[in-house]
Design a protein around this ligand. Structure first.
Ligand SMILES: NC(=O)c1ccc[n+]([C@@H]2O[C@H](COP(=O)([O-])OP(=O)(O)OC[C@H]3O[C@@H](n4cnc5c(N)ncnc54)[C@H](OP(=O)(O)O)[C@@H]3O)[C@@H](O)[C@H]2O)c1
Length: 289
């Protein structure tokens, strides 16, 4: 059953996509993976390189696939790429491509905190992307993830770098919290959503079993190292985010952290019937270092 499936993945070299492609390839699923730049192929994978996901280049290659998993997205804007272009318009193009290619299932990773009441530009763009998908008539599953943890995600890489430098800075009090979920669980859930009818037309929070404060997270992550942990004034961190596009935290990274968004882990556990990796345990074991 799994063997006969063919799945299209956009944004193939991103963090979630890299881990998902590896997992699906190991499950012998046929993959068509699209990226703007060249990347290393896995077993059963067909590679498509396209700067702008031009229909002419892509349509014939993805036709009649079983599902498309749309993992292109940005969380930081610039004058070249903004949320309207990438999170909204780009998603709309992919939805249309999906329909033309007669792909019936669309899977999207939105964001935890997205709601019709949001005032945050990032979440507004994700909300509008969600609405386009819902209104498309395609069979969809929309996930709203908290922070997804792996050995190679951006935040983990950032913390490892800081540990090497001997100092981690916490923006503000560090008492705001989140519900991280392990990438190995996420890839399993995404495959379930492709294969199982109970995920049809659902919006589901992608959140782990533990709520962890930022301070607690950083302390556990760097446990056993000689790293100095220092709290820094939140105004200073925001100032740096606003005025320097290369700052460690972007404006919306900070907004999301301070927003303290929580999701419904019980609903996720019920629908997936999975046993989840506790990120707290993962941190305590030192396996992320
Ligand atoms: N990771 C998390 O904790 C988390 C949490 C909530 C939501 N999400 C959402 O999940 C999705 C994937 O997340 P991720 O962590 O894997 O992000 P990521 O590592 O930044 O990957 C996103 C991918 O999007 C593609 N992309 C970026 N800018 C683009 C552009 N201008 N044109 C075309 N493609 C572009 C790139 O793929 P190529 O380089 O292959 O072209 C990039 O690797 C995003 O929509 C993100 O908002 C992630």
């Amino acid at each position: 059953m799994v063997k006969d499936n063919q799945i299209v993945i956009t944004g193939a070299s991103g963090f979630i996509a890299r881990n998902l492609r590896k997992y699906l390839s190991e499950k012998n699923i046929k993959l068509i993976s699209i990226s703007r730049n060249d990347f290393k192929q896995f077993k059963n994978e067909h590679k498509v390189i396209s700067k702008n996901y031009n229909e002419k280049n892509i349509l014939s290659k993805i036709k009649n696939s079983d599902a498309l998993i749309h993992l292109v997205g940005i969380g930081k804007q610039s004058i070249k790429t903004d949320y309207d272009m990438i999170n909204i318009e780009f998603t709309n193009n992919i939805v249309n491509l999906c329909k033309k290619a007669k792909i019936k299932k669309f899977i999207y990773t939105s964001g935890l905190g997205v709601s019709p009441n949001t005032s945050l530009g990032y979440f507004i763009s994700k909300y509008k992307a969600e609405r386009q998908i819902i209104n498309s008539g395609l069979n969809y599953t929309i996930f709203r993830p908290s922070y997804i943890v792996g050995r190679d995600d951006l935040f983990t890489k950032y913390l490892k770098k800081q540990i090497k430098k001997g100092k981690i800075e916490i923006p503000g009090s560090g008492t705001y919290s989140f519900q991280p979920i392990y990438i190995n669980d996420v890839v399993k859930i995404i495959l379930q959503s492709v294969l199982q009818a109970k995920f049809r037309n659902k919006i589901i929070d992608l959140v782990g079993p533990d709520c962890i404060t930022f301070e607690q997270y950083v302390k556990l992550f760097s446990k056993g190292t000689k790293t100095i942990i220092r709290k820094i004034n939140l105004e200073d961190v925001y100032y740096s985010a606003i005025t320097n596009s290369n700052s460690d935290f972007g404006v919306d990274d900070l907004n999301i952290l301070i927003g303290n968004f929580k999701g419904n882990h019980n609903k996720l556990r019920k629908i997936t019937e999975m046993k989840f990796q506790s990120v707290l345990e993962l941190l305590k074991s030192g396996r992320l270092l």
